[in-house]
Design a protein around this ligand. Structure first.
Ligand SMILES: [Zn+2]
Ligand SMILES: [Zn+2]
Length: 421
């Protein structure tokens, strides 16, 4: 039986070729990778996921970092970096950090281990389908690698103030980040769903080389299976079928507007305030960058400037421009627009770095006698900007870049329907 798929980015219906280990199949029109075969995928993912889980557990009990200033020592465990916000004015930040570096990655790894252990034993285990669906929802919110960069940046910042030593938990955390990345890159949704549920028989004819939309079909955004619009739910993973591009422009623009508004307090208010015997200083995002330039840490200044200023502005700018292009059209090839969309999708999470830096600094220097650091309101506003721009990128339907006329005609169709009624 031929396995047909609609490309998730350009909607072209293609037949997946049989693949050997090490081979990948890509969309012939937009070059998006559709599926990848690794050698012994179940065992490989299981090994990486279990290693990551063990290292995650090892990061919890041991010291993460130790900070010495004028003979006074302060030691923190890894989770202090998240819970430091709990006692500040912004407990919601603590929830966000615990979720993105511990709870969601932990759930992701546990769900993967369960699903892949079932697959490896060639048995169907209860709840696998539900967990496999959860895996695809959690994936964009994993931020362990971003957190690691945040740790490195705050190390450089703190080295200018005091001496720092790294505990065993820090090294376990580095290992956890590496194995997490290995796990994520080895999970292939197409293979996983085929191993879980095989390929249900197609009750309709899908023509390859044509768009799924024009045939009344839609590719499931979770498992990839082709379904008819009117089916309501995917025949394999039971996910609700959403019509492609429906209200995606409105949603994207609304989320971007909210992000742009919050970006103002994120820059005006202080990101953190430092008080020492010499007096207290408050620094905004740009102020923090300038401080690092003055200290001579050009690399850290560049990283923060890029993550907190360039990425959010570029993201909002590119997405607004893509919405404009879809709505009003512009003479640029769909492939080029697609490249910009992929850039936005890729860079999104990385703007979180500065929020993590503040968390680590606050945790390490909690209300000391000589020095104390408190998070400012900008930290919360900025975290909200990151989350909103990520949601905006998710709400944007890349298929609209290839077929802007559909989005433009959607309003028309709806009024026509209302007229018929
Ligand atoms: Zn494609
Ligand atoms: Zn599905």
């Amino acid at each position: 039986m031929k396995r047909r798929r609609a490309c998730p980015e350009c909607d072209l219906v293609v037949v997946l070729p049989p693949l050997r280990a090490g081979e990948a199949a890509a969309c012939p029109r937009c070059n998006r990778e559709l599926t990848y075969r690794s050698k012994a995928p179940a065992e490989r993912v299981l090994a990486y996921a279990i290693a990551a889980l063990i290292l995650l557990i090892l990061t919890l009990p041991f010291p993460f970092m130790e900070f010495t200033l004028s003979g006074i020592q302060q030691e923190i465990v890894w989770l202090d970096t998240a819970t430091a916000f709990r006692t500040s004015d912004w407990p919601v930040l603590a929830v966000l950090i615990v979720a993105t570096i511990l709870v969601l990655p932990g759930m992701y790894l546990l769900a993967l281990t369960y699903v892949y252990a079932g697959i490896a034993r060639r048995e169907y285990w209860t709840g696998s389908i539900w967990l496999a669906r959860a895996i695809s929802h959690i994936k964009p919110w994993l931020m362990t690698d971003v957190f690691l960069v945040g740790v490195l940046v705050s190390l450089v910042k703190l080295l200018s103030m005091a001496s720092i030593s790294l505990g065993p938990s820090f090294w376990a955390f580095c290992g956890y980040v590496v194995f997490m990345a290995k796990t994520v890159s080895n999970v292939d949704a197409d293979w996983m769903w085929f191993a879980l549920h095989k390929e249900p028989k197609t009750p309709f004819i899908a023509q390859t080389g044509k768009d799924a939309w024009s045939q009344g079909l839609v590719g499931c955004s979770t498992c990839g299976l082709l379904n008819r619009f009117e089916q309501g739910h995917c025949r394999r993973c039971a996910r609700r079928i959403r019509l492609p591009g429906r209200h995606s422009l409105e949603w994207t623009l609304a989320l971007l507007l909210a992000a742009a508004i919050l970006y103002i307090p994120a820059n005006v208010y202080p990101m953190m305030s430092t008080s020492s015997v010499a007096g207290s200083t408050e620094s905004t995002i740009l102020g923090g960058v300038w401080q690092m330039v003055e200290f001579g840490s050009y690399l850290v200044a560049a990283v923060i400037f890029f993550a907190s200023i360039v990425i959010p502005v570029a993201k909002v700018g590119i997405l607004v421009w893509l919405c404009y292009v879809v709505r009003f059209g512009q003479p640029m090839s769909a492939a080029k627009r697609m490249r910009w969309y992929r850039v936005v999708e890729f860079i999104g999470r990385w703007s979180m770095i500065d929020v993590f830096v503040v968390a680590i600094m606050v945790a390490l220097i909690q209300a000391g006698v000589l020095l104390s650091i408190q998070p400012g309101p900008a930290a919360l506003a900025f975290a909200a900007v990151v989350v909103l721009t990520m949601l905006a990128a998710m709400a944007f339907d890349p298929k609209a870049l290839w077929h802007p006329e559909r989005v433009r005609n959607q309003g028309q169709e709806e009024t026509d329907e209302q007229l018929v009624r």
